[in-house]
Design a protein around this ligand. Structure first.
Ligand SMILES: CC(C)(COP(=O)(O)OP(=O)(O)OC[C@H]1O[C@@H](n2cnc3c(N)ncnc32)[C@H](O)[C@@H]1OP(=O)(O)O)[C@@H](O)C(=O)NCCC(=O)NCCS
Length: 285
């Protein structure tokens, strides 16, 4: 069954018309359902609810399909002028649409977390460009990633985090890994049967990227300075950090279950947090 069909008949999908989130805001425990605790599994996630009890030990990840919105009229008013300018600079129409959907849905989710309208949210950036909320009543942190037709948004209270999604593509995985991965990551990849390498390569890439994004410095932290496991899953995928050994205790890195053909990972501060995966709060017509 196509993914959108599988998800559209999930209980709790009655919020379709409440795109601005505030009119019917109430905690719906029927749809606040924990579907995943650290280990990834292919389970159709429930839609992100109208209101969410934000607990300190919770990390939430929301996956957005980016190409299913025919009419953008509901989404466009949510973004601000800066986002509109960034969008206008994108050459391809399909990329402009994806940018709009990713940013509008990010605002919709953050707005629901804070119980404010999406358009009222204000953002600043860290020294290396990591976006963050400003002026919010809660210390809500977030990170966004997009690849192909999907975006992944992570949110948590008082906990820094980084998320990454990549689309699996047939590229020269060993050539790229030799250049960017650590020697042990490269050897782990090279030891796999050829038909397992693309998946493992994407797992490794998203994990490394999620760590860089959690720290917020991008490539200022060297890719060779830390190592991740290429295993399908484990409670802690960050396995070494020679460059800054204390980082190993600071972060937990796990896989995120995303659609087939994609890989996802999240790195968040601390240990023992619970990961909950959600589907997009709204779908296109
Ligand atoms: C910032 C960086 C991490 C973005 O990564 P990306 O894969 O190009 O893009 P993603 O879609 O995952 O993330 C982009 C989003 O991250 C957020 N972001 C921007 N700067 C960020 C930073 N310094 N830290 C964390 N998040 C950042 C933004 O929300 C951005 O979305 P937007 O452009 O729509 O506003 C990238 O510039 C970088 O330094 N990447 C490292 C590249 C690399 O060699 N990785 C190899 C892994 S083996």
């Amino acid at each position: 069954m196509p993914r959108s069909d599988a998800l559209s008949d999930h209980a709790g999908c009655t919020e379709e018309h409440d795109i601005h989130g505030m009119r019917h805001a109430r905690a719906s425990h029927a749809i606040f359902r924990r579907v995943q605790e650290v280990t990834p599994a292919r389970i159709a996630a429930p839609r992100f609810p109208l209101a969410l009890p934000l607990l300190r030990d919770d990390v939430h990840v929301v996956q957005f399909p980016l190409d299913s919105y025919g009419d953008m009229a509901d989404l466009a008013p949510m973004v601000d002028d800066e986002e509109r300018h960034r969008m206008a600079r994108l050459v391809r129409e399909s990329h402009r649409r994806r940018f709009m959907v990713a940013h509008a849905l990010t605002r919709l989710v953050l707005g629901r977390c804070l119980q404010v309208s999406p358009a009222s949210l204000r953002f600043g950036i860290g020294p290396h460009g990591k976006p963050r909320l400003t002026g919010a009543r809660l210390d809500l942190r977030f990170n966004l990633s997009h690849a192909g037709e999907r975006a992944l948004l992570a949110v948590a209270i008082g906990r820094e985090l980084g998320v990454d999604i990549e689309k699996e593509r047939r590229v020269d995985v060993l050539g790229i890994a030799r250049r960017y991965f650590s020697p042990s990551e490269y050897l782990a990849l090279a030891s796999l049967p050829e038909d397992h390498r693309v998946g493992a390569f994407c797992r490794c890439w998203t994990r490394k990227e999620s760590f860089l994004k959690a720290r917020g410095e991008g490539l200022a932290f060297p890719l060779s300075g830390f190592e991740v496991s290429l295993a399908e899953t484990a409670p802690q995928l960050l396995v070494a950090c020679a460059r800054a050994p204390t980082e190993l205790d600071r972060w937990t890195m796990v896989s995120v279950a995303v659609d087939p053909g994609y890989a996802g990972a999240i790195t968040a501060e601390g240990q023992g947090w619970r990961l909950t995966c959600w589907d997009s709060p709204v779908h296109g017509q």
